[in-house]
Design a protein. Structure first.
Length: 98
């Protein structure tokens, strides 16, 4: 009870994800890592999930504008909705079934 939950290890063990193909399991873990990277402001996540356009040339660097990539947003949103639906179904099952 006192140990921290490792979501990356536990996510593929959820019954409805474990029943899926390995590609679906890997996608869910990858999306969790990406969303966690966004939440914690990690540079790799920001660059991976965004479209970058150079705004201003600066000697020795550049000013960039990052906008979320439509495909990255769509996949992340679908995974989050899938997780929320399963969590709500479990909550309903636990509280409504005798």
């Amino acid at each position: 009870m006192s140990q921290k939950v490792n979501v990356v290890d536990e996510l593929p063990r959820l019954s409805w994800i474990a029943a899926e193909e390995p590609l679906v399991q890997a996608t869910m873990v990858a999306q969790w890592r990406m969303l966690s990277g966004f939440e914690h402001g990690l540079g790799w996540a920001m660059l991976r999930g965004s479209d970058a356009t150079e705004e201003v040339a600066i000697p020795g660097g550049a000013q960039m504008r990052l906008t979320i990539n439509d495909d990255a947003f769509s996949v992340a949103a679908q995974c989050v909705v899938w997780l929320m639906r399963s969590a709500l179904a479990r909550l309903e099952r636990l509280h409504m079934d005798p």
